[in-house]
Write a protein of this length. Structure first.
Length: 219
């Protein structure tokens, strides 16, 4: 049984025809580990999305066997999904956990943004993040049922597209309970920047960028 309904596939086909420009990769790191709850479903979802448009390429790695690739992409756990320009292998726009529920929309938005290179960021936010000249990691802890989380995830990913020093991560809190607990997550979206600056909420990109700059000054 398909994870994406037929009518949704048709809608996505139309969206991709309108918005995709350059070829884009969906890179999935999975594992045969029986404790990986959603490895199988994450791969199935990516496979179905990539089948909708020929400009979307599916690349699959085994986290345990392809250690060199995991290191190159900066992947530390699984399942992980990376969206990037075809062949880039940078891993800056990533998902830990299955991008399902509301986060499926984030995945689709990322495909359009990465393919087109058109990450819509306010001039003020762009002015701030353009100053980032050392590695910064933005983690956005989410749950699939959170309607506000995709905005925060997409903002983090837009910043990553706009500045090669920034990595944006979605972390599904229920799949990665230990990490969520260590970060003190009690409500979502919960954003952690460089394991230092934290805030809760889907803020406008101007304010979001100011938190990134605060973490940058501490780094």
């Amino acid at each position: 049984m398909s994870l994406i309904r037929k009518e949704d596939q048709e809608y996505l086909k139309s969206e991709f025809e309108k918005h995709l420009k350059d070829d884009v990769d969906i890179v999935v790191f999975t594992s045969s580990d029986s404790e990986c709850k959603y490895c199988k479903e994450t791969l199935e979802l990516a496979t179905e999305v990539s089948a909708i448009d020929s400009r979307i390429h599916l690349v699959v790695y085994d986290f345990d066997k392809d250690k060199a690739k995991a290191k190159k992409f900066g992947i530390e756990k699984y399942p992980a999904t990376v969206v990037e320009k075809h062949g880039d292998e940078t891993g800056r726009v990533r998902y830990y956990g299955i991008p399902s529920g509301y986060e499926f929309g984030s995945l689709i938005e990322d495909l359009k943004i990465v393919s087109s290179g058109e990450a819509d960021v306010s001039s003020k936010a762009m002015e701030i993040i353009s100053k980032i000249d050392k590695p910064m990691k933005i983690q956005v802890f989410v749950t699939p049922t959170c309607p506000y989380c995709p905005k925060a995830v997409t903002t983090a990913h837009k910043f990553a597209v706009r500045n090669k020093n920034i990595t944006g991560e979605m972390v599904e809190s229920m799949e990665f309970e230990k990490e969520a607990e260590e970060a003190g997550v009690s409500s979502v979206p919960h954003i952690v920047i460089n394991n230092d600056v934290q805030f809760v909420g889907a803020y406008p990109d101007d304010q979001f960028a100011e938190y990134v700059m605060e973490a940058y000054k501490h780094a």
